[in-house]
Unconditional design. Structure first.
Length: 162
């Protein structure tokens, strides 16, 4: 299963993935396979990763920097929902439902990310089905955790407005 030769970039990607909680149960060979299907992107301060409504085609993990997640309110103003730092993931829903982006993400300082495209994931899952299933399970757990947090915040907001 492990890829034969790894480029420096792929080794750097694998080294980063080893430290992410979502990949804690993956072995080195599995992470090596993953690294071959991922790539780095670099954003300058003020640059958008994506804008609400864009087609979702990748998910990513912050290597360095800070990203801000914003949602447009009914008033038209952007409300900050979250700030993402090293190790944070963004865009997981894109690999699951391929729906348009539900928020805007902007770099608040120079940011480096490692990304997995929907096409990269399809290739990986086709070649290594058990690895694809393992990733989907991890993403499902992550989305479930995020939904639980959001539900708790919503309940708190509703309670405080009574």
């Amino acid at each position: 299963m492990p890829p034969k030769e790894m480029s420096d970039s792929e080794e750097e990607t694998r080294s980063f993935l080893i430290n992410l909680p979502i990949f804690s149960s993956f072995n080195v060979d599995e992470l090596s396979v993953f690294a071959k299907h991922m790539s780095f992107i670099h954003l300058q301060r003020g640059e958008y990763l994506f804008i609400e409504g864009d087609q979702g085609t990748f998910m990513g993990f912050v290597v360095t920097g800070i990203l801000e997640v914003q949602k447009k309110a009914e008033t038209g103003e952007n409300i900050t929902l979250a700030r993402l730092t090293k190790g944070s993931s963004i865009g997981e829903m894109a690999l699951i439902d391929r729906s348009p982006r539900s928020a805007t993400v902007i770099a608040r300082q120079a940011t480096t990310m490692v990304t997995l495209t929907d096409k990269g994931f399809e290739i990986l899952a086709e070649k290594y089905p058990s690895l694809g299933i393992k990733v989907i399970q991890k993403i499902a757990r992550l989305l479930s955790l995020n939904m639980r947090r959001t539900s708790s915040k919503l309940a708190d907001l509703m309670q405080s407005s009574l």
